[in-house]
Design a protein around this ligand. Structure first.
Ligand code: 5GP
Length: 188
């Protein structure tokens, strides 16, 4: 990357239901210099999600126009929906020296590593077991049975990519997982 980015990108990937959102919330609380990159998505908003906080919820046409205009640092199709990282706020934050945490699927994670190299710290969060993941997904209740099935298949595919990440952290206990991530961040 030619630009003068002072901050780091912290890429967190994990199969749905691994507890990524809780880890991110926790890290943001304890790191005032860290911000969360809010992605655009074409998937419908879930109960409790906030526009501009969890995602920017946009339609397919708007998403495609943004791709054409180069407005995404990376984008991917996940679970039959589009997801993308808005480029401008990401670059602005990095130039200002902020660390940016990104919640990305494995395609996005690999793309960001390729684009940002050492500036990107990639962390894969592992569920305690596939059985536990199935249990968490089936009790979450926010997705339809069909969506859960797609997510479970994707989870298996994502887990197969874990070794391509700089770090793998087991999320058995939120506190412990966050502590391990803190250590990683402190070492950079
Ligand atoms: P969910 O619909 O459960 O919020 O997210 C589904 C998947 O999309 C998760 O694996 C999440 O990490 C990923 N994701 C969310 N935003 C982005 C993005 O901007 N780019 C990419 N590549 N993946 C994303």
């Amino acid at each position: 990357m030619k630009k003068n980015f002072k901050g780091h990108l912290i890429v967190l990937s994990a199969p749905s239901g691994t507890g990524k959102t809780s880890v991110i919330r926790r890290l943001l609380k304890t790191h005032p210099n860290m911000i969360h990159s809010v992605s655009c998505t074409t998937r419908p908003k879930r109960t409790g999600e906030v526009e501009g906080g969890d995602y920017h919820f946009i339609d397919r046409d708007t998403f495609i126009k943004k791709i054409d205009k180069g407005e995404f640092a990376e984008w991917a199709e996940v679970h039959n929906r589009f997801y993308g990282t808005p480029r401008a706020p990401l670059e602005k934050a990095l130039e200002e020296g902020k660390d940016v945490i990104l919640d990305l699927d494995v395609q996005g994670g690999m793309k960001v590593k390729g684009l940002f190299g050492d500036k990107a710290i990639t962390i894969f969060l592992l569920p305690p077991s596939v059985e536990e993941l199935e249990r968490r997904l089936s009790t979450r209740g926010t997705d339809s049975a069909e969506e859960r099935q797609i997510r479970l298949e994707n989870a298996r595919h994502e887990l197969a990519m874990k070794d391509a990440y700089d770090y793998q952290i087991l999320n058995k206990d939120l506190e412990q997982a966050c502590l391990e991530i803190e250590k990683i961040l402190a070492s950079h």
